[in-house]
Design a protein around this ligand. Structure first.
Ligand code: PGA
Length: 250
């Protein structure tokens, strides 16, 4: 049995003060959650979130990481910097990074390998664009992105990481994949992993759905057998909404 994992992706939102306020409200509210709970926050909020989440079941995540140990990479953060701040998870290859910041399957792979080597758990994002789904390329795209992202990792390393299937057309649009669409595409990803790395790896790896997941649709999505959690954008910015998503089975 895979333990579900629900992660908030705050994107470029919240000052440290606002972050502390949100996490303070979440701590008692998500206390009895049956899933792993993560908030992936802007780096300037790491300290405030760590402090507010102390002693709770809320884990800290980042939204990107560089693959070099250190060096002349202005604006970037290394694995060691993140782990030193208490970060345990890191979103890699989010479609916004792919779309606006030149992220490619090759750089996603470098980041994933560096994160794993340094003890961070990657949340690796894959997903098709609207025209790709309309033209029937969804399965091919997500399978290719997944294979590329995981190249060079062992089955054991893959078992321990998290994949987020996020159809690009569903992110921040209010459009959600239907429960069945999300389940089906996640099953395509899992089968691709099974073919390459073995069924035991595919059975262990956790695959989230992301894209306008919210208190209204979380139950249906989480009832699908292949969906092991969610990566939550907009609905992770307000304590009552994120609480309702995390406590979907209560
Ligand atoms: P959304 O974002 O929930 O606002 O659609 C999800 C994501 O981008 O991870």
């Amino acid at each position: 049995m895979r333990k579900p994992i629900i992660a908030g992706n705050w994107k470029m939102n919240k000052t440290p003060e606002e972050a502390a306020e949100l996490v303070k409200a979440l701590v008692p509210a998500v206390k009895g959650a049956d899933c792993d709970v993560v908030v992936c926050v802007p780096a300037v909020c790491f300290a405030a979130v760590m402090e507010a989440a102390k002693g709770s079941n809320i884990r800290l995540g980042a939204q990107n990481v560089h693959f070099a140990k250190s060096g002349a990479y202005t604006g970037e953060l290394s694995v060691d910097m993140l782990t030193a701040c208490g970060v345990e998870y890191v979103v890699i290859g989010h479609s916004e990074r792919r779309q606006y910041f030149g992220e490619t399957d090759a750089t996603v792979n470098l980041r994933v390998k560096a994160a794993v080597a340094g003890g961070l758990t990657p949340i690796v994002c894959v997903g098709e664009k609207k025209e790709e789904r309309e033209n029937g390329y969804t399965d091919a795209i997500v399978e290719y992105q997944t294979r590329m992202a995981l190249t060079g990792l062992t089955g054991e390393q893959i078992s321990a990481l998290v994949i987020a299937y996020e159809p690009v057309w569903a992110i921040g649009t209010g459009l959600t994949a239907t429960d069945e669409q999300a389940n089906e595409t996640i099953s395509v990803i899992r089968k691709a992993i099974a073919r390459q790395y073995g069924q035991h790896v595919a059975d262990a790896v956790r695959i989230q759905y992301g894209g306008s997941m919210n208190p209204g649709n979380v139950k249906g999505l989480m009832a699908q057998p292949e969906i092991d959690g969610g990566l939550i954008g907009g609905a992770s910015l307000k304590a009552p909404d994120f609480t309702a998503v995390v406590m979907y089975n209560k």
